[in-house]
Design a protein around this ligand. Structure first.
Ligand code: B12
Length: 313
């Protein structure tokens, strides 16, 4: 995709949301210089001798980021019949392919990347969204009936219910009978919240506002599970509830957010009443594009007074 096409997409998404096109040009950040499209760099990493395949320290103080494109797009197969096919495949996915092997064992770079991805995934589950971050984004915090990360992981049932304090705070600080109530929750990925917030929340709220909808006050739900959105929606008598929640991370994607949407949630709500838009992150549905998709989804839900399997899209 060239710069002009990217500029056009950004302009059309922003205009859908009722926003002005940016005055400056969209900045394209070049992908890892060591990708296979750069034979000089690739050569230095795929080098036939074992010693040259080790990543080098950039400034003598730290190793290179094993999660960078340079490593994700690393070509580990050295004797492919038609290497251009593999190179083409590599360009199209962040999946762990074309990593090669050293006899029956993984090669060093894919092994290190695997360990780094695994560590990143574990970190994002365990980390907390800091109170400072919430303050900076003016998000009132409420909590489920969970009191620690350990409990969160072992008691999903309690993550689906609000604590007594949370119920009170939502009643006190929330706006009653909104058309749309937005909630953001850490769920299974803290990075999903912090990495996507800036590009998702402001355009989403602006888009809903421009559609003339009455918005509730956005809350942050700590230790949340999807079903907690029903209780929040019911407490505030919201027509539509939108929950943005961190997804279970994979090995290679730990910043993915999902939007679970439901029309008139209540205690009788079942999973098939819910609609999900998943994989919101820079390498999936980009957050700014997701904002436009969610605005359209909300409009359809309100028009049809339905969500989940009852909604025609
Ligand atoms: C874990 C998971 C499951 C688990 C959920 C068990 C559990 N209690 O956690 C199981 C295996 C049961 C499952 C089942 C299904 N899943 Co599923 N699931 C996921 C996964 C890998 C992670 C979800 C997550 O992290 N949620 C956040 C945490 C915090 O939520 P939670 O409260 O702990 O758990 C709730 C959600 O996970 C939710 N949920 C999970 N899957 C789905 C699917 C739909 C359509 C809905 C409405 C809700 C839902 O149900 C759980 C209980 O309330 C995602 C992949 C992704 N990238 O998001 C796919 C994903 C969400 N699932 C998907 C699908 C299609 C399904 C099924 C319809 C498969 C089927 N044909 O039966 C069913 C529907 C289940 C339902 N709840 O209605 C798709 C949705 C595609 C879409 N955009 O519509 C995804 C994106 C996978 C994919 N790429 O295809 N799923």
């Amino acid at each position: 995709m060239d710069e002009k096409q990217i500029q056009q997409i950004v302009t059309s998404v922003l205009s859908k949301l009722g926003e002005q096109a940016p005055t400056g040009k969209v900045q394209v950040i070049p992908s890892g210089t060591g990708s296979t499209s750069d034979p000089a760099q690739a050569g230095s990493m795929t080098g036939t001798s074992q010693s040259s395949s080790a990543p080098v320290a950039d400034d003598g103080t730290s190793l290179e980021d094993l999660g960078s494109d340079k490593f994700k797009k690393w070509m580990g197969m050295e004797s492919a019949k038609n290497s251009s096919v593999n190179e083409d495949l590599l360009k199209q996915t962040g999946a762990r392919i074309c990593v090669g092997r050293a006899g029956p064992r993984p090669r060093t770079i894919p092994l290190l990347r695997f360990l780094a991805d695994h560590a990143r995934s574990k970190d994002t589950v365990i980390k907390e969204v800091s109170p400072e971050w919430l303050k900076e984004h003016d998000l009132p915090e409420v909590q489920s009936q969970i009191s620690s990360k350990d409990e969160y992981l072992t008691r999903p049932d309690l993550g689906r219910k609000l604590s007594a304090e949370a119920r009170q705070l939502i009643k006190d600080k929330g706006i009653q009978s909104p058309t749309v109530q937005v909630v953001i929750s850490d769920g299974l990925s803290t990075d999903a919240v912090t990495a996507n917030y800036e590009e998702l929340l402001p355009p989403l709220l602006k888009g809903l506002e421009n559609a003339g909808l009455k918005l509730g006050r956005t809350f942050f739900l700590r230790y949340g599970r999807v079903k907690a959105q029903d209780e929040i929606g019911e407490l505030l008598d919201a027509e539509a509830n939108i929950l943005l929640i961190g997804e279970r991370p994979g090995l290679g994607q730990s910043e993915s957010l999902s939007c679970y949407a439901i029309y008139r949630p209540n205690s009788e709500t079942v999973e098939s009443d819910r609609t999900v838009i998943s994989n919101i992150h820079q390498g999936g549905t980009p957050p700014v594009e997701a904002a436009a998709v969610i605005v359209d989804l909300v409009k359809a839900m309100l028009e049809q007074k339905a969500s989940g399997t009852n909604l025609k899209r």
